[in-house]
Design a protein around this ligand. Structure first.
Ligand code: SAH
Length: 440
């Protein structure tokens, strides 16, 4: 069945209220945990059920938004739709919109994975993974210089709740919705068939699993058992540990920003705060930075930075410091760095944290500006999905005022291109990066 053309998409009396609903955080769900874990034996089903939207709530979906919030769903007809099943979605007038994964326990009970009336089965996953791979190939990924990239970016690849990151000859799969979890054997098959990878890791997403009602565990799902895999980012040699690292092992989303930092680093005294495995520090060192200090509070991250520095011939340039970033900045010599990166974990996990998060970001930016020499560049990031780019920029302005520094923003960035999103899906735009030059 083809999707009929919507007739009321330009009705100004019907604002896309879905956008104003509380979003589900992409990294940390804000919904309360489900009371119990659902049966692990229920098979994934392609139900005949029809999910019907409330009147006036279809507009964002017609325009490509992939989520149905609970307050936009009127009812589910056709009976028997179990959590995790595929349902068909219709607007209030009975027009077919698409098909998606159903979970009544979630704040987002339907997530679309197709705009066609088609089965969501093994062949579907195989097709989706092949399409995703073709897009990455268009983006030049993988290449001889870069073998770490995101193959599947959840809603951006019409596979809501599925992330697949590729590290050299391995892939790390992370599942965050019950529907994907029930279908993970088919997903593993599709990824294996498409990539032929040597190790396939499954990486747990405990917060999501609690909300969605499944149990997730990190493990080797297929292939050779090994704790880490070598890969390249822009020619830099990295060793990624999907089962014990953060995210699926690496922050792939910052790849292009790391390369850009490299372009600004020659001869500079560089500070990489919240360095994790040292991505920014390594890019700066490779580009000829005079000295690089990499700060992280995790001892595991510090060992990783040191190993990466050694593997890339940068041990003499990069100094890894295990410390809280605030404490480091408070005691560092003022105005002693020419290039400063701050890439903190998200401070605003939920809306109620926003005020405290704003204060934290403002203080962090003020402290980071305090260690910038005149003429230095500050690269300041936020991955709090609850705070948008405008707000992030305001916070940088407030930090500059608090530090009595004058700055000019010359670049604004987000996640790398292998993190595509549907247009208008602002919930997915979590990463904001500003480049500022310090005038005085
Ligand atoms: N810049 C990194 C990603 C940073 S992720 C990259 O390009 O890969 C955030 C990092 O902040 C994590 O490594 C975490 O260990 C570290 N972290 C969390 N709280 C911290 C704190 N208070 N002080 C310093 N580092 C912290």
């Amino acid at each position: 069945m083809r999707r009929p053309r919507p007739t009321s998409t330009r009705d100004p009396r019907r604002p896309p209220r879905d956008f104003a609903s509380p979003p589900a955080d992409p990294d940390e769900p804000s919904a309360p945990p489900a009371p119990a874990v659902l049966s692990t034996s229920s098979p994934a089903a392609d139900s005949g059920a029809r999910a019907i939207l409330r009147k006036g709530r279809a507009r964002p979906l017609w325009f490509g938004h992939p989520w149905v919030y609970a307050n936009a769903l009127e009812r589910v007809d056709g009976g028997g739709a179990a959590p995790g099943d595929v349902v068909s979605l219709f607007d209030h007038d009975g027009r077919f919109i698409g098909r998606g994964l159903y979970n009544p326990r979630s704040q987002i009970p339907v997530r679309l994975c197709t705009r066609h009336d088609e089965p969501v089965n093994a062949a579907f996953f195989r097709r989706r993974v092949a399409e995703a791979r073709a897009l990455r190939a268009r983006l030049g990924l993988p290449s001889q210089r870069t073998t770490a990239y995101r193959l599947i970016n959840s809603e951006g690849d019409d596979l809501p709740g599925l992330v697949v990151d590729v590290y050299g000859d391995a892939a790390a799969v992370q599942v965050t919705t019950l529907g994907m979890w029930q279908r993970r054997a088919e997903i593993f098959d599709a990824v294996e068939a498409e990539l032929g990878c040597r190790t396939l890791y499954e990486v747990a997403a405990a917060g999501y699993a609690d909300v969605e009602g499944f149990v997730s565990a990190s493990r080797i799902a297929r292939g050779e058992s090994r704790p880490s895999v070598p890969c390249l980012e822009d020619g830099i040699r990295l060793e990624v540990e999907p089962l014990s690292g953060q995210k699926t092992g690496m922050y792939i989303d910052q790849r292009e920003t790391r390369a850009r930092v490299g372009q600004l680093a020659a001869g500079a005294r560089v500070l990489d705060c919240y360095a994790y495995a040292g991505g920014f520090a390594l890019a700066a060192a490779r580009a000829g930075a005079r000295a690089v200090t990499a700060v992280d509070s995790s001892s595991r991250a510090i060992s990783r930075i040191e190993a990466h520095a050694a593997a890339n011939g940068a041990a003499g340039v990069i100094q890894a410091v295990e410390n809280d970033a605030f404490r480091f900045l408070e005691t560092a010599t003022p105005r002693s760095f020419d290039l400063v990166v701050v890439d903190p974990p998200k401070f605003a996990r939920a809306r109620k944290d926003l005020d405290a998060a704003r204060k934290g970001y403002e203080r962090l930016n003020a402290l980071a500006l305090g260690v910038c020499a005149p003429g230095a560049v500050l690269v300041t990031c936020s991955c709090s999905q609850n705070m948008d780019a405008v707000e992030h920029e305001r916070i940088v302005a407030a930090g500059a005022k608090a530090a009595s520094r004058t700055v000019r923003i010359f670049e604004r960035r987000g996640a790398a291109p292998d993190h595509p999103l549907p247009p208008g899906f602002t919930e997915g735009q979590y990463l904001k990066v500003l480049f500022a030059v310090i005038l005085s």
